[in-house]
Design a protein around this ligand. Structure first.
Ligand SMILES: *Cc1c(COP(=O)(O)O)cnc(C)c1O
Length: 395
């Protein structure tokens, strides 16, 4: 049997069974649903996109996968060149892996070894309160969310701060000679509750990291490819290491990349074999994933996705303006993300089924009802999603 994610299997409600999917729609035997979650935020072009499906089919006719140890191939070469052009400044060195969590692990290992390679004994990581960086152990350690981690408590070398400049300065005052990196989900903290904060915080972080020689890591697994209304938050403030996942392959196959800048890469580049990065996931640089990622980025550029995201934000602001309810604590919006936070999570119980009956798939968690729609959504479909969210409070 299937062991489902984040579920108490004993009390779990039956999941909806999907039989087909196209554009923004998921189909069950008896319902057609707008996917307001974009399959955990990755399906930015919608389902069954002809260009992406074709890219996979074409590559599968050649070969689906070869290892990247001792071998290389066109799809991975072309994708790394594309990313080099597409990403800001000297974020040019692409280390591929099969999921966002692993790519964050790689970023943390990179940062730590960058320091050991130069003989530094720094031993601490700075990260944010309510951070989410994945479900593997080190990513959980730099994460900070009781609801995901309570069963695995053990934190020694990680300092968590709120997204306040004073807290940032205080942490650097105290530990600047011990931090080897500062890892953040920039501007939008997703799984920690769709929390939004200001770019000024990141600018200050960049200054302090420069002053004290600390590597700045942006985990843009969720925020990358337009979700915040910026292509990448790295376009505003440039990190030393950037992590991309989720939307990288347009949601088609799990793949992720850890991209380092020149300085980080140079920290490993030497005649000493022991200074190499000792990591290598079996499926890194998978040819199907790279082929589809390349096409996904081409679509993103060619079909002017940033304009689509601006429209999503404008329609969302128009529709949610003035929305209030005694049960609602706050409505937050940024780019292609809207979140309705309630005072008491119990209020959201039953919302998923309510939305299902009205043709929308939603998956609220804890105190958060949210939408992160595929960017190809039409205005009337987006309005429908937002209407269903509002209707729950008026029922
Ligand atoms: C989803 C997510 C991850 C983990 O990615 P997986 O592919 O699920 O392992 C890491 N960081 C952030 C910010 C995420 O949203």
């Amino acid at each position: 049997m299937i062991w489902y994610p984040y579920e108490q299997m004993k009390t779990m409600k039956q999941p909806y069974r999907i039989v087909d999917a196209e554009g923004v729609y998921l189909y069950t035997e008896d319902q057609k649903l707008i996917d307001s979650v974009s399959s955990w935020w990755c399906m930015i072009h919608g389902y069954k996109h002809p260009v992406l499906t074709e890219a996979i089919k074409k590559q599968a006719d050649r070969f689906s996968h070869v290892m990247l140890g001792g071998l290389t191939h066109d799809p991975v070469l072309r994708l790394s060149e594309k990313l080099q052009d597409f990403l800001p400044e000297d974020l040019d060195y692409c280390f591929f892996s099969d999921s966002g969590s692993v790519a964050v692990e790689v970023a943390l290992k990179m940062a730590l070894q960058f320091n050991t390679n130069r003989g530094s004994g720094r031993d601490m990581v700075l990260s944010l309160e309510h951070a989410y960086h994945g479900d593997t152990f080190k990513t959980m350690e730099v994460g900070d969310d009781e609801d995901y981690h309570f069963a695995f408590e053990e934190k020694k070398d990680v300092v968590h701060i709120p997204t306040k400049i004073e807290a940032l300065e205080e942490a650097f005052d105290k530990y600047h000679d011990r931090f080897y990196c500062f890892i953040v989900e920039p501007l939008l903290q997703g799984a920690g509750g769709m929390r939004m904060y200001d770019a000024a915080f990141l600018k200050r972080a960049r200054e302090l990291c420069d002053r004290y020689d600390v590597l700045l890591i942006f985990d843009e697994v969720a925020t990358g490819f337009g979700r915040t209304g910026n292509r990448f938050v790295a376009d505003l403030v440039c990190p030393d290491i950037l992590v991309l996942g989720k939307a990288l392959t347009g949601g088609y196959i799990g793949h992720a990349v850890t991209v380092a800048n020149h300085k980080v890469f140079q920290g490993f580049y030497s005649d000493d074999g022991r200074q190499a990065l000792m990591h290598g996931p079996t499926f890194m640089g998978n040819a199907l994933a790279c082929s589809v990622a390349l096409k996904s980025i081409e679509l993103f550029e060619k079909d002017n996705y940033m304009e689509k995201i601006r429209n999503i934000e404008a329609v969302t602001r128009r529709e949610m303006e003035g929305f209030e309810d005694p049960q609602v604590k706050e409505v937050r919006m940024m780019g292609g993300c809207v979140c309705v936070e309630v005072h008491d999570g119990a209020v959201l119980r039953g919302f998923q089924q309510f939305a299902y009956e009205r043709g929308v798939f939603s998956r609220p968690f804890l105190k958060y009802m949210y939408a992160m729609v595929p960017y190809v959504i039409k205005e009337e479909e987006l309005v429908r999603v937002l209407d269903v969210m509002k209707a729950w409070f008026r029922k």
